[in-house]
Design a protein around this ligand. Structure first.
Ligand code: JCF
Length: 670
């Protein structure tokens, strides 16, 4: 028994340590299997000797017996809310009030942080052990949700290190990552259960479960942003220092938090974080500015429930309600029909939106959307606005169903939709003007032939004016034809001609990618070029030979052979080459290049290299660079704001390196 007691304690300590390394530092040192083994051993011990169970045992994370109802808890130090600012002027006014109250004209030092869209909670640590957790409630009375909070992996059940006060109350925001939310909803959808509207509701719903086993199954996380009651112990006198101290004790702090001097720098932070927003792995609805000095905070105090020393600078709403006036179908490069919603114009995410994608017919059916409906429009970051859902209660009497047309709206060809695919397609191929336009736009795009200045609008004009009918016609365009286009000057016409000429000098991977063969993206094009060396070899390859190439599966092989079997495609390739398109001969690689067996995934912003540069350097040494992390990935190179790929790498136990380590590998020192 004493042995078991010691063993249980050792397991608890090690599990706390690995939990911290995995969830808080993102740097696991043991494989998941080892962690699971230790956890099972501890569970077995505790089951055998229930007296060994402690409040802070990592086994408590899996959830316990359901509760009948939530108890209420009084917050001794009230949990404040934040006043909002929606404009720069409101932010300046906030700063001015502070300067006046503090009788200073000097720059105020602020701590800037993202404002998470989750649920505020408070955690009580007594002698370093998590003993209680509660929701904010109305700020003075909240609900006790200790069992649920214990299931959140990023909440330490026990503080690390030393020097913490005897009683420490920590405040933070519990949230669900975007990816966790998507996965949760996907699973619910499969089981035909109710889905959550957004990560915030999903987080709230998960925390307010009487059965903590349900909470344990939900992908929740926490960022801590402050403290409440403190007894018998000292905390630093600056907000940022407090956060750093909390971090040392193992509490998770958002890595985006920065100290700045002066309100202008706060506004710059707002811009910067706003640009990053779509790439952050969690939802935020603004940023928070807080006066850094605790003495100044005390001097400033509160008005009703909000502090004078902090403000939430909100981003424009990304979701709004409007009416669906109609639906049109757009035809893409591969003939795919995308239903596009024509909306009553609405201001969302900082711009007026009158069109939004409905994705495909299956989505329309799943969301039960009808013309005339009131719909929720979402525009996050730079992504295309989408119709999220309908407000069924507001469905008008005259609403009508959205029908897939039987003929292509552009060329009149037949539309087919295989039952097992979500996408409907126009069968017109290059007879369809829409497909022609998209094919030419793709051909000219940056990663393909890179014809600078030949933008979408000009391609459309050229096709509409019947000056070009397929990509090869680009190379017979004259200065006069271009200069006569609407709003085109002599100079721009010449620039485009030069760029077209310039594009003749290319590479085989770019050329293959430019052809727009279905399922042949940039990476596949590179692999094909590397393996077949010449376009003639590739044209001659049958499905079987193609499938011999690593990463080429039956579907891609089929698309490639079907493409090259079409006489008009082979003719077009001949024409292009006759117009002077050429590329360097790909030599037999003199045995393996140094990194030829390695696959890299790049994520986040690297300190000095751009992603393109890193990719080029790696590929030059024979490495493969892909977009998604899988078991085949050798290294994930992570920079700032790495996103979900990092998480995936950690889950799969893939090695994560930084730019310095990447340089070493590039220099052959690994
Ligand atoms: O991320 C948040 N939602 C958040 C909420 C961040 C903060 O620093 C907060 C907060 C609510 C109140 N600070 C206070 C004082």
């Amino acid at each position: 028994m004493t042995n078991s007691k010691q063993r249980a304690e050792k397991l608890r300590n090690e599990l706390h340590e690995h939990n911290y390394r995995y969830y808080v530092l993102n740097q696991p040192t043991i494989p998941d299997s080892e962690y699971d083994r230790m956890m099972r051993e501890l569970q077995d011990l505790e089951e055998k000797y229930p007296e060994l169970k402690t409040e802070d045992s990592p086994t408590q994370r899996v959830g316990g017996e359901p509760e009948k109802s939530f108890k209420t808890i009084q917050h001794e130090v009230p949990m404040l809310s934040l006043n909002n600012a929606f404009t720069d002027d409101e932010v300046y006014a906030f700063n001015k009030r502070i300067q006046e109250r503090l009788s200073t004209e000097d720059n105020i030092e602020y701590v800037c942080e993202p404002k998470l869209d989750g649920l505020a909670v408070t955690l009580i640590y007594e002698s370093g052990i998590l003993t209680s957790a509660a929701t904010r409630g109305d700020g003075t009375t909240g609900e006790e949700i200790t069992a649920n909070v214990r299931t959140i992996s990023t909440v330490p059940l026990k503080l690390r290190g030393t020097g913490y006060p005897k009683l420490l109350e920590v405040r933070g925001e519990v949230y669900m990552t975007k990816k966790g939310f998507e996965e949760l909803n996907e699973a619910a959808r499969k089981k035909e259960e109710k889905v959550f509207v957004n990560p915030r509701n999903a987080a709230a719903g998960s925390l307010r479960q009487l059965d903590s086993k349900i909470t344990a199954s939900r992908p929740l996380a926490i960022f801590c942003y402050g403290i409440g009651k403190v007894e018998k112990g000292d905390m630093p006198q600056h907000h940022f220092k407090i956060l750093e101290q909390l971090s040392k004790w193992g509490l998770r702090i958002c890595p985006e938090i920065k100290v700045v001097s002066g309100i202008e720098k706060c506004l710059e932070y707002y811009e910067r974080v706003g640009k990053k927003r779509a790439n952050l792995p969690y939802e935020i609805d603004g940023v928070v500015y807080k006066v850094n000095s605790m003495t100044e905070q005390q001097e400033l105090g509160f008005i009703s429930k909000a502090p004078r020393w902090a403000i939430a600078h909100k981003f424009p709403a990304v979701e709004e309600l409007t009416t669906l006036n109609g639906v049109e179908f757009q035809v893409g490069r591969t003939g795919a029909l995308t239903p596009v919603a024509r909306l009553e114009p609405v201001f969302v995410g900082g711009v007026t939106v009158s069109n939004a994608t409905l994705h495909n017919m299956d989505e329309i059916k799943r969301k039960d959307i009808r013309i005339g409906d009131t719909v929720i429009i979402r525009r996050a970051g730079d992504v295309i606005p989408e119709v999220v859902s309908v407000i069924l209660e507001r469905r008008p009497k005259g609403s009508h169903a959205i029908k897939l047309p039987s003929k292509c709206p552009i060329c009149g060809s037949e539309i087919i939709k295989p039952d097992d695919e979500a996408v409907a397609r126009c069968t017109g191929g290059l007879f369809c003007e829409a497909q022609v336009k998209e094919a030419i736009k793709h051909f000219a795009s940056r990663k393909a032939m890179d014809i600078e200045g030949l933008g979408d609008k000009i391609v459309e004009l050229l096709v509409d004016e019947k000056l070009i009918a397929h990509v090869a016609d680009l190379y017979t365009l004259t200065h006069e034809q271009l200069a006569n286009l609407e709003r085109m000057g002599d100079k721009s016409a010449q620039n485009i001609l030069d760029a077209i000429n310039e594009s003749k000098k290319t590479t085989l991977p770019r050329f293959l990618y430019a052809l727009g063969i279905r399922e042949v993206g940039e990476t596949t094009a590179k692999i094909l070029a590397e393996n077949f060396k010449t376009i003639d070899n590739l044209i001659a390859a049958d499905e079987e030979q193609l499938q011999q190439v690593p990463d080429i599966g039956p579907i891609v092989a089929k698309h490639i052979t079907v493409f090259f079997r079409q006489p008009h495609n082979r003719e077009m390739i001949s024409k292009l080459i006759a117009h002077g398109i050429h590329w360097p001969v790909i030599k037999e690689s003199n045995t393996a290049k140094p990194l030829s067996n390695m696959t890299f995934v790049l994520t986040g912003t690297l300190p000095s290299l751009s992603r393109e540069e890193a990719k080029e350097k790696l590929e030059a040494l024979g490495a493969k660079v892909t977009d998604s992390v899988s078991k085949k990935t050798t290294y994930v190179v992570a920079g700032e704001s790495p996103g979900s790929k990092l998480e995936k790498a950690q889950n799969l136990g893939i090695k994560v390196i930084n730019e310095n380590e990447l340089h070493k590998i590039l220099e052959g020192k690994h």
